[in-house]
Ligand binder design. Structure first.
Ligand code: FAD
Length: 300
């Protein structure tokens, strides 16, 4: 399919989100635009880019929050890019307008790179009674909560729901944290996975190795165990309505699902059932050829 052509007078490019997709795009466009006409605006709610692949280490105290933040202004230094720190509230494709908490901006070309958020599959109590791990502040909260458990002397169980890459790396890191705190006798970790294996879809040899490493660390892994209900933090995770399937949990961390970040777009655009914006092979929204979307929020 031919990409739909845009007007040649396009002048202002607005990039929403300074995560991996947004920063990569902005810095490449910024280099291209150096000394040329046109304006590139990058918007993010944070003044820093988050090194998301390291936040499990923040949750376990092996990195500080500051060590996994890179100031956005440093990343775009010397480039023809204007940065606005603000929360994006709404996109109005019919008016070429983005509504921010602080102001409104018009665009000629818009690229939506707002990432993903946690998916709870409508499981009762999951959102209310667990902590997610999708940002540095989530990681800091987990660190505080695990730190509080470490100060207690009675038996505690940390339940991680979701045996994907995030849950598995978090489990490993928390186990090291607990070991360093000499609390392995009182604090246990359980990873619960609905599918027949952790790291589903990964190379079988790697999955076997990871299973061995986690078992060695004393982590209990429960596969084929879809969670049906989560009670108050500091209480229980259920695998069915039957009380016999109740797993005690002092702290439940939810890493089981991901969906596209839920940004309000009015009029609505087509999305997948996971809330991802559907784009064509040019990462363009068919109905609005001057709007593109890339990264975790987009689905080709
Ligand atoms: C714990 C963890 C570990 C991971 N480890 C790996 C790994 O090892 N390897 C790998 O390939 N991938 C890893 N990933 C996945 C990887 O981080 C994502 O695929 C990647 O971040 C997607 O980039 P993105 O730009 O689409 O979204 P993000 O990087 O999430 O960026 C989205 C940006 O949008 C901003 N934003 C969102 N909503 C708003 C709003 N309303 N207003 C203003 N700003 C907003 C956010 O602040 C953020 O800066 C990991 C993810 C997590 C959570």
């Amino acid at each position: 399919m031919e990409g739909q052509k845009m007007r040649s007078s396009n002048k202002r490019i607005v990039i929403l989100g300074a995560g991996y997709a947004g920063i990569f795009l902005a810095t490449n466009i910024g280099r291209y635009f150096k000394g040329k006409e046109g304006e590139v605006i990058l918007v993010d709610r944070n003044p820093y880019h988050q090194l998301l692949q390291e936040i499990h280490l923040v949750a376990a105290g092996f990195r500080t929050a500051n060590e996994v933040k890179i100031p956005i202004l440093r990343l775009i230094d010397g480039m023809n890019i204007k940065f606005i720190q603000s929360t994006i509230k709404q996109i109005r494709p019919d008016k070429n307008l983005v509504v921010l908490e602080s102001t409104e901006i018009k665009y000629d070309v818009l690229i939506i790179c707002l990432g993903a958020s946690t998916k709870y599959f409508n499981i009762k109590g999951a959102k209310e009674n667990s902590l997610p791990l999708r940002s540095i502040s989530d990681a800091s909260l987990i660190y505080d909560r695990v730190g509080a458990l470490i100060k207690l002397n009675n038996k505690q169980n940390i339940v991680i729901v979701g045996g994907g890459a995030t849950g598995v790396s978090l489990g490993g890191a928390l186990s090291d944290f607990i070991k360093d705190s000499k609390k392995t006798d009182s604090i246990s970790i359980t990873i619960i996975e609905a599918l027949p294996t952790i790291l589903s879809g990964w190379d079988e040899r790697l999955v076997k190795k990871v299973n061995e490493v986690l078992h060695k660390k004393g982590i209990r892994i429960m596969t084929r165990s879809p969670v049906t209900k989560v009670e108050n933090c500091g209480s229980s995770v259920y695998l069915s309505d039957d009380d016999a399937t109740k797993i005690q949990s002092s702290l439940t961390i939810w890493t089981a699902g991901v969906k596209g970040y839920d940004i309000q777009i009015d009029p609505e655009v087509e999305k997948t059932k996971d809330g991802k914006i559907i784009v064509n092979e040019f990462c363009q929204i068919d109905r609005y050829p001057n709007i593109f979307s890339i990264g975790d929020i987009a689905a080709v």
